[in-house]
Design a binder for this molecule. Structure first.
Ligand SMILES: Nc1ncnc2c1ncn2[C@@H]1O[C@H](COP(=O)(O)OP(=O)(O)OP(=O)(O)O)[C@@H](O)[C@H]1O
Ligand SMILES: [Mg+2]
Length: 257
């Protein structure tokens, strides 16, 4: 199986700080991977390297077989339409309806003018497709609701629906369950991993909930201080290593403070 994403000795700095240091990872097409690790360990930075919104300072990022650094603006735009990112704060427009937010999933592919037209006068085919997607994620009755009136868990589903409507080859979700209660968090993580298997898209998430990561992801990549410190199937990972992932960094954060 070819890799959807390949990081080869990738380093990304912000000023003097190396947010990601010499990271190597190959992520198989159609697989599910959770990046775990304490705050500041580099998870979001990795996600933004994978979706090409950030460039590596050193090393090579390869997405769907194409080395990102060699791509022109047009090629990069096309590549990005094949990846859906669910940002930590979801990136929904609160005053638009659920339908309109989901339509925006195809914004990158359709361009500005057509997107505005589709938002103002939704096409019948879009409405039908989106109704089906909302059924799958369990909020079909919210099609015409204003997005700001939905609960946190429902808004997560809107963000997932928007990503699905894009028909991506990969979905990258940054802390998809940070703002909801544990039961909702579990439902959302299960939904994302189920959808990845149903549709075949590659799924990469960053997750603070280590128990959820272990339950639903066949592969965990543990990060600390920008480095990959563990990588494997939950059953193969050492409990003490997992505990240390968080412990050590707490100490480090205390010395930093
Ligand atoms: N745009 C930026 N400018 C400056 N520093 C940044 C920027 N983005 C990230 N950093 C720094 O890089 C390091 C890694 O940040 P990152 O956001 O990747 O961590 P994270 O693992 O996602 O953390 P969290 O779990 O809190 O979301 C942090 O020290 C952060 O302050
Ligand atoms: Mg983050």
């Amino acid at each position: 199986m070819p890799a959807a994403f390949q990081l080869e000795s990738v380093t990304r700095r912000f000023g003097d700080l190396a947010a990601v240091k010499r990271v190597d990872a190959s992520i198989e097409q159609g697989s599910q991977v959770a990046f775990i690790g304490p705050s500041g360990s580099g998870k979001t930075t990795v996600i933004r390297l994978l979706n090409t919104m950030l460039a590596a300072d050193e090393g090579t990022v390869t997405v769907f077989g194409q080395s990102v650094s060699g791509l022109g603006a047009g090629e990069l735009r096309r590549l990005r339409t094949r990846i859906a990112t669910i940002p930590q704060h979801l990136g929904l427009v609160p005053n638009l309806s659920v339908l309109q937010n989901v339509i925006l999933g195809k914004g990158g592919e359709r361009g500005t003018l057509r997107s505005i037209r589709d938002l103002l006068i939704p096409r019948k085919s879009d409405v039908e497709a989106i109704h089906k997607i909302l059924e799958r994620v369990g909020i079909e009755e919210k099609l015409f609701a204003r997005t700001s009136t939905l609960s946190g868990g429902q808004q997560q589903r809107v963000a997932i629906a928007r990503a699905l409507f894009q028909e991506p080859e990969a979905i990258l979700a940054d802390e998809p369950v940070s703002a909801v209660d544990p039961a909702r968090a579990k439902d959302t993580v299960q939904l994302l991993t189920d959808l990845s298997r149903e549709h075949g898209f590659t799924l990469c998430v960053s997750l603070h909930h280590i128990e959820l990561a272990k339950e639903f992801f066949p592969r965990l990549i543990g990060m600390r201080n920008g480095e990959v410190v563990l990588d494997g199937a939950p059953a193969d990972l050492d409990e003490a290593d997992l505990a240390r992932l968080y412990q050590l960094s707490d100490e480090e954060m205390m010395t930093d403070a």
